[in-house]
Design a protein around this ligand. Sequence first.
Ligand code: C2E
Ligand code: CA
Ligand code: CA
Length: 574
Amino acid sequence: MTDISYLKAMEAELLLAANIFEEGDEAIMIASPAQIILKVNKAFTKITGYSVDEAVGQKTSLLKSGKQNAAFYLQLWETLKITHYWQGELWNKRKNGEIYPQWLSIFEKCNAQHEIEHYIAVFSDITDRKTAETRIHFMAHYDALTGLANRVQLHEQINEAIEQSLDKNDSFAVMMLDLDNFKVINDSLGHSIGDELLKEVARRLLECTRIEDTVARLGGDEFVILLHDLGHYKNEAADNVAQVAEKVLHCLAQPITINNHHLHITTSIGIAINTDADTATHLIKYADNALYSAKSLGRNNYQFYSTEMNETANFRLTVENELRYALEHSQLELYYQPQVDIKTNRISSAEALLRWHHPQKGMISPAIFIPIAEKTGLIVLIGTWVMRTACLQIAEWNKLQLTHPIDYLAVNVSARQFIQQNFVELVINMINDTGINANQLEIELTEGVLIYDVDDTLKKLQTLKELGVRIAIDDFGTGYSSLSYLKRFPLNVLKIDKSFIDTVVTDTSDAVIVQTIIMLAKGLEISVIAEGVESEQQLEFLRLRECDAFQGYFCSPPVPNAAFLALLDRAKAI
Ligand code: C2E
Ligand code: CA
Ligand code: CA
């Protein structure tokens, strides 16, 4: 009798091995040293399409696609010889001729004498993974909405252009575009129309550029065009880019029809040429600086980057940093400008206007630093400071029991500040903390703020109005002037913009506009004030048309608190 439990165990193990060989998900192929196929499994048949009978006895080259060159195989065999192992990705051919990517491992099985006995190849079909990779690559490099290149791809292309321009001494340019009125269209007509518009813009940009140029979308309505082969000389390059820029402006200015909406857009363009900087990041930044100046020069035009522009940009940056400091080190102050009741000639209210006393640069105008604070978001902190200071000031005036007190103080509120979720809460807290009456406070908003998010705005304004806070529309007539909001929103005051008042006695159309705004306000029972009144004639014009109030140098410029109190002491405003 012999104990065969050892043999039984061996048999079981072999069976298991055979099972794994046969049923595994990965294709397995065993070949002789002469690369003749000896054995294959089910997964092999599934992937390659060759049955066991068709494969066994054939050379392994049966599977070759021809996509890898001789050098590839040479390297593969070299590695195998040294390490007895190779692993990597390659393309092979199925029985039906289809070429597919596979992940392949090859082992050399040697005998005790170190002679090769078998080659064992294990592989899987990685078509799915490849497709996913291609998709991921596409998503990482292209903009999903327009199919244009995205920021990543653009950077790669610019870097390539930088290298090539060094080799060939050829110029290229980075052109940054921004649609001037996209936000208005997007906000008022909805995002799906906005999207269609962006797609159409993308299409037109491709149309006005050459195939070798790159058109990219960086997000929102920001597009960049990378223009190649602009010639050897900087002037020549500038001429060529200018031509393209004009073409682009013209092309985008043609009306676009989407869902029966006829849209007119204009574009601003900033241009940097390769000699301006030597990194992609800087070129994009400089083009952006140039764009900023194109915008401030009235939009619908193009500007080249220049060193002075760089200085302006640096100034912006310095201001931004110093403004933070100013806020914390009480370099900010509120001035007060009287608002005069035209009928009674009484200072009935005032507007609080921010002043920055810079220790070196002197007084910096809010017209300069407010837009910068808007861009960086610092306006939220500054605005909170203004609101608190204004409320404290009202409280102090209340305590003084002035002989000629004003009814309310108007405070400018910027868009970015107003759209903060806790804006209303903040105002309520300050009113409560300082113990002032809500109707002693007026907030001045511009038209843009109102239509930014109509529902949210309406809710906020209604809450404020119920409390008693007054609401004024600043710079009326310069914004989108959608008349329907005048009816919907609970407004107290319209402020006719200074630009109309400037020429109200010399320009008949401005006179008509001012007169119409006054009538409009009266019809809607909203009171109306003219800002920027500097002369008797302007005031006379307003008085004849029964404008309620005015504000301007004709009475007084904005002044510090002490001077303002002196103005209030006078029996008459003017
Ligand atoms: P705004 O709200 O339209 O303010 C009116 C501007 O016109 C003020 O300029 C004022 O000094 C000026 N002004 C008033 N009357 C006359 C006049 O008769 N002739 C002339 N030539 N100018 C006159 P300022 O104080 O430089 O403010 C400029 C802008 O800065 C303001 O325009 C407002 O948009 C913004 N701003 C000022 N203070 C604040 C603030 O506390 N918060 C926010 N968010 N913005 C502010
Ligand atoms: Ca104002
Ligand atoms: Ca104004």
